[in-house]
Design a protein. Sequence first.
Lengths: 375, 375
Amino acid sequence: MANFGFIKRQTKDFINIDPLQTGGKLTEEARKALIEWGDGYSVCDFCGGRLEEIKRPPIYNLVNEALPDFLNCDFTRLTNGAREAKFAVMHALRRDDAWVVIDSNAHYSTYVAAERAGLNIAEVPNTGYPDFEMRAEKYAETIEDTKKKGNIVLAVLTYPDGNYGNLPDAEKVSQICHEYSIPLLLNCAYAIGRMPINAKQLGADFVVGSGHKSMASAGPIGVLGFNKEYSKNLTRKSEKYKVKEVEFLGCTARGVTVMTLIASFPHLIERIKRWDEEVDKARWFSKKMEEMDIIQLGDKPHNHDLMFFESKGLYEISKKAKGGRYFLYKELKKRRIHGIKAGLTKNFKLSTYMVEKGQLEIVLGAFREIFEKYS
Amino acid sequence: MANFGFIKRQTKDFINIDPLQTGGKLTEEARKALIEWGDGYSVCDFCGGRLEEIKRPPIYNLVNEALPDFLNCDFTRLTNGAREAKFAVMHALRRDDAWVVIDSNAHYSTYVAAERAGLNIAEVPNTGYPDFEMRAEKYAETIEDTKKKGNIVLAVLTYPDGNYGNLPDAEKVSQICHEYSIPLLLNCAYAIGRMPINAKQLGADFVVGSGHKSMASAGPIGVLGFNKEYSKNLTRKSEKYKVKEVEFLGCTARGVTVMTLIASFPHLIERIKRWDEEVDKARWFSKKMEEMDIIQLGDKPHNHDLMFFESKGLYEISKKAKGGRYFLYKELKKRRIHGIKAGLTKNFKLSTYMVEKGQLEIVLGAFREIFEKYS
């Protein structure tokens, strides 16, 4: 049992460029909320029967006012994460032998959620190396092919995807889907809380966000926005317990996670206004990496802080270096830089979101030093 | 937006007898873990692809060693809560037009999970007022009736239930279910982390626990224990992403909640050894309440800290008192006592778990004062 109890986090004070983590770093307010509301079920002090109806603390206001406004959609619900939100939608819309159309840049959890919901999956191909672009017209082709096989109940587009950080033309994909009367779900796990997302303008019937990924919240928590057309499917009530919503098992993020989201919310509203600066910084970083022959794949110029790089140089070094393919991880760790997956050298992703330029200079300097050391 | 940001918890320093909350109060270690691991996705620093395989922090050890040992079952998984665990089991076992048999003392979320899984629900009746006992032989009757209507894929027993805190004869229910080849799920949301639970000895095929309810953890998090017979159903892998388990959408409690569970785990192992003292204290409290004509319903003598009371006296007072049926809540609030639902007087539940005897004396004194004031 020596193993358990309080455990230190090794990477806590490192420069963090892990795409999973840059947008989930807590605000000071959220850190205070953790301690204030950490005890299990603390948010239920004054519950009248359903999480989203709790007025003290103001979960009601968050779900029924602030989030619909933030996302420009009719309704929102809290979920236990983005994947749980996708599953809720797929499960609510599922029919036997039906199909879901998803982009081939989708996160694995989109695929797994569809499998769990018992849907057949048709993948829309991307353009392949080096852009991996999702083109709207490919949705039309895939839909045409798939509708011969069965009923399509949903299309999913990842906005942006978690590999290349590509932002596809969601409006155009939405138009195509709607021509076929197929609702569109936008997976915005890397967007909501980082950049402005306007569900109605993008033509999304459903939008999905992740608190721990992009909303400065402790995990797991997600948000689901949807329009009234699909509200009946999603908010179906229990036959016996009239206030409980079946698809959300009554209540979802019933704990401290929602209090960190509430604590960080004013900050999110402010930070999405500075999205252009984040994009500029990402482009600057990409340019500096390319000066070292570390090539950024995906959208170019890039429109998001999540970037995928390819480096033949680092790969060559890894063949001879002590530590083999772990050499890069070790060199970065020595410099207290966290976020590039251990063992990767040829292809890796990172995020510059909310990382100060001075810290990014240190990261760039580290790559320069590494090349010099092994040249 | 003035509404959001950091919010104080009004009841934080109150004497807390809320059944939802007494077992979820964090340990000091868990409070430290909150700050150390609060950032979103912090536990994924060294992830190889699945939450339960992470060795740093020791989630692997928790799920694959400590929890199976703690519960005496073959396998465990983390979930986003007890209801999500019940849904996972029901969803994994579901068939079209099939049935689940549940006790009529079940938590609403058991019912809602079954509805979400598309199962028909047959309820096993309790004995009614004043004991509300679940008798094992009633399972046989309900199963006999139900199997005429269709396939029964699962039986559920709540151990103890969340209304009366009754601990039914699980072994006997299990024997009956197994005679019909029906697997039994024990919902131990009010047991695991409070009292010793031995899944194999109780004859449970599945056991479900709640971190935020009874395991001194921040929410939402739950645990699911199961035996190898059902492991194939529950741990089915994605066809495309070979390490991802479909029924858990890849990963479940992927955040700070699991770190509070790990931090509190050594404490849980110790505290369940003192369960007898908790039962003695509950019985003592019940006796003192009955001296004031506040009658405890359910099992008697009682075997759990969660107790349901009936008071005709308080109900009579509420008819005339200022504040009407809210008078009791207000009187208790004035004395900084939290946990009896606002508006209740005639029937209410409370928990004495981990509440010091001195604090319970204050609660008893409060009831005495209230009776005197309004007599």
